[in-house]
Design a protein. Structure first.
Length: 229
């Protein structure tokens, strides 16, 4: 594979093997160890993916993610501390696409990088440009979603998930199927990432997110988008 990757990581002992392996895979890598510099470079150059550590000097990774999402849907993989579930949830809510926790294997990170980039480059090529599922409308060309003809704001990952649910309206989507289709790999480990995205989508499409009527849970299996009647 090839592409430009921005690595934002202040621990050089972590950054060096990541840079080496990314370059071995054919990627061009720009490495910075401070948040302000990362934002400056991002404003001047175009990247295919960002690997972003959340614990950074001066500006946190969460603030960087928030700033980037105001203007770009570039894929972001977060790097978090092992015990920082709150940070992971916050990052996902801000629009990060995936995360790895320290300590992590470079092999795992590389797998996620490849999966995220494959999805980003191919997700629109084989899909219908517009979908309608009850009161929900999805337009890939305009990259927008509407509920009752009112536009809703979605992160890139939320958009992908809602599209998949609309495409499969009335059909059960297992958690494994969702991870394979949306994340691009079989997920092993903490599945909180999916729960967070489901919660966020419900807040935007349901009348009462705490008592969902459209995007329902099939306990122990997965989720289903049902007709709104």
């Amino acid at each position: 594979m090839s592409g430009k990757i921005l690595l934002v990581e202040d621990e050089h002992s972590i950054a060096e093997p990541v840079i080496y392996n990314l370059k071995q895979e054919g990627f061009s890598v720009t490495h910075v160890d401070e948040g302000p510099i990362a934002l400056e470079i991002f404003s001047e150059e175009s990247f295919d993916l960002i690997i972003l550590d959340l614990m950074l000097p001066q500006i946190s990774g969460l603030d960087i993610c928030r700033s980037i999402r105001k203007s770009s849907d570039v894929p972001i993989i977060m790097v978090t501390a092992k015990d920082s579930e709150a940070d992971r949830v916050a990052g996902l809510e801000l629009g990060a696409d995936d995360y790895v926790t320290k300590p992590f294997s470079v092999r795992e990170l590389m797998s996620r990088v490849r999966a995220v980039l494959r999805r980003a480059t191919s997700q629109t090529s084989t899909k219908e440009k517009s979908l309608k599922a009850g009161n929900i409308e999805i337009n890939l060309t305009k990259y927008e979603a509407k509920v009752d003809n009112n536009k809703i704001d979605l992160t890139p990952r939320e958009f992908e998930l809602l599209y998949a649910f609309c495409e499969n309206q009335g059909n059960l989507m297992s958690r494994e199927q969702i991870f394979d289709e949306i994340w691009g790999y079989s997920f092993i480990g903490n599945t909180k990432t999916l729960d967070v995205h489901i919660q966020r989508i419900r807040e935007k499409i349901e009348v009462d997110p705490k008592k969902p009527k459209r995007l329902i849970t099939v306990r122990g299996v997965g989720y289903k988008l049902v007709n709104d009647g």
